[in-house]
Design a protein. Structure first.
Length: 266
């Protein structure tokens, strides 16, 4: 220190030290805030990714599903690779709980059975509106390799060649001559045609049934094979889960399990 320069007083030293501490503390706060923002951002990204089953890059070529009714169960495969928007719409509706406790409202023996109308919730409402309920529509998708043969699923719509929204039907017979190219076929029954036929044989006075309400629950699984799908859903009791079945040595250790929606049947 130069001879003519006074030493800083203890007050100034303390002020300098305090200022430095504040500056250091401020840097720590800034770093901490940045870390928190990064952690929150990464966490939100992971969460959003796990909650987006409707995006095409999260669904495999085939989505397997088990439909439970008061008459039994129906296993189906849905062709995402051929009708992506239709299948994604179906999965999203199921994810939102849209199909909870809806009635198989249309029973047309020898032709189709149909469900998915929100106006039939719990079998209530004005039955003159049954068959008219809808949700947001999706573009019409037609693939020439899919036909309205017995056991195939199609999207109901207001008129031929128009995209559907939420209602879907199962063919009871070969209706390809009458329906092909007019309605989007997007899947088929792989097990449970006896249940389909049991539904078709319920007593009705019109094709829009006045029979008992039939609660619908859907178990969706993203699996690599039918056998993997059946192995997985045989372990499920009480809850309806959405599974992504990985190519794993042990199904339950490596499977990425996501709770997609819960539907309870009576």
């Amino acid at each position: 220190m130069p001879p003519n320069q006074k030493r800083p007083s203890w007050k100034k030293k303390r002020a300098i030290q305090t200022a430095r501490k504040r500056e250091s503390r401020g840097r720590i706060y800034v770093v901490a805030i940045i870390i928190v923002v990064i952690v929150i951002g990464v966490g939100w990204y992971v969460y959003a990714s796990s909650q987006s089953p409707g995006q095409s890059n999260t669904l495999p070529d085939i989505v397997y599903a088990k439909l439970s009714t008061s008459q039994g169960t129906i296993e189906v495969e849905l062709y995402h690779s051929l009708t992506p928007k239709t299948v994604e719409n179906f999965v999203n509706l199921a994810n939102s709980g849209f199909y909870n406790n809806l009635v198989w409202h249309r029973i047309n023996a020898g032709f189709v059975i149909q469900t998915g109308d929100p106006n039939t919730k719990n079998g209530g409402g004005d039955r003159t509106t049954w068959g008219k309920g809808a949700s947001q529509s999706v573009p019409f998708e037609y693939d020439a390799s899919l036909h309205n043969n017995a056991g195939y699923l199609g999207m109901a719509s207001t008129s031929p060649g128009v995209g559907g929204s939420c209602q879907f039907y199962i063919n009871l017979a070969d209706n390809s001559a009458a329906l092909d190219g007019k309605y989007a076929v997007f899947g088929k029954v792989i097990s449970g045609m006896d249940t389909v036929n049991a539904l078709a044989n319920l007593p009705t006075t019109t094709q829009y049934t006045d029979a008992q309400a039939l609660n619908l629950s859907i178990l969706l699984m993203l699996c690599s094979s039918v056998s993997q799908f059946r192995t997985a859903h045989n372990h499920c009791t009480g809850s309806t889960l959405f599974f992504r079945c990985g190519m794993a040595k042990t199904l339950w250790n490596a499977v990425d399990v996501k709770l997609l929606f819960l539907i309870n049947s009576r």
